[in-house]
Design a protein around this ligand. Structure first.
Ligand code: CA
Length: 235
């Protein structure tokens, strides 16, 4: 039988932890809980969770810092930020430091469960992926067996979402996708308000990692007013 998926809850409000634990366990997940940022960081490493629900305002170490440190250590576990404020800066900052998703409190449990499921499913799709090497012929190589991306022979460290955005676009070179298309195809959800901004932030981060000149990209190109597409790097 398949191992139960494990969700690490990092949240200092006990009543929120309790309701999250109850609902996650009812949906068949195992849970682990941490009530401050330091404990969260530690459990993220020792418990090997399949996903982390990460509050922002936490004692000892704020959620953004927890996520940032995980990514710096090369830990690419999906992270959903729980933010108390409907603030664009929080969302953008969360994504910039490598979170995969965010949800604003107060959230509906149904919405949260859908996000948890979608983010874990993406990891599984990645694990089941086909076997091939995408070589652009211009220095950028994606090995979808090992999930390694190299640029001119040097490893590029991408978050899961950046990797998925890159492989999705690179699998359909030249085809332009709107941000809403990408939200659906790469993020696995339907159009959700102004969240398409998420796509722009992820594209920008990806460009910073794979492009020689992120301001004048050769791989992930913008079709103004329409969306993004992949080019082989010979612009
Ligand atoms: Ca808090």
């Amino acid at each position: 039988m398949e191992r139960k998926k494990r969700v690490l809850i990092v949240e200092d409000e006990k009543n929120i932890v309790d309701i999250l634990r109850f609902n996650l366990q009812r949906e068949g997940y195992e849970t682990a809980e941490a009530y401050d940022g330091e404990a969260g960081l530690q459990l993220a490493e020792t418990e090997n969770p399949d996903l982390i629900l990460l509050d922002v305002m936490l004692p000892k170490l704020i959620g953004f810092e927890v996520c940032k440190r995980l990514r710096e250590k090369g830990n690419n576990v999906p992270v959903i930020i729980l933010t108390a404020r409907e603030e664009e800066t929080d969302k953008v900052l969360g994504l910039e430091i490598g979170a995969d998703d965010y949800i604003t409190k107060p959230f509906s449990m149904r919405e949260l469960m859908a996000r948890v499921k979608a983010n874990i499913r993406r990891t599984e799709m990645r694990m089941d992926g086909g076997s091939s090497v995408m070589d652009t012929g211009s220095g950028l190589v994606v090995n979808t067996d090992t999930y390694q991306v190299t640029k001119s022979g040097k490893a590029v460290d991408l978050t899961q979402r950046e990797y998925e955005l890159l492989t999705f676009l690179a699998s359909h070179p030249g085809k332009v996708y709107s941000r809403i298309d990408l939200m659906e195809q790469v993020w696995n959800y339907g159009y959700v308000g102004d969240d398409v901004r998420t796509v722009d932030v992820t594209v920008r981060r990806l460009r910073e990692k794979i492009e020689d000149d992120p301001a004048n990209p050769a791989y992930i190109l913008t079709r103004r007013g329409v969306g993004y597409y992949f080019s082989g790097g010979q612009s």
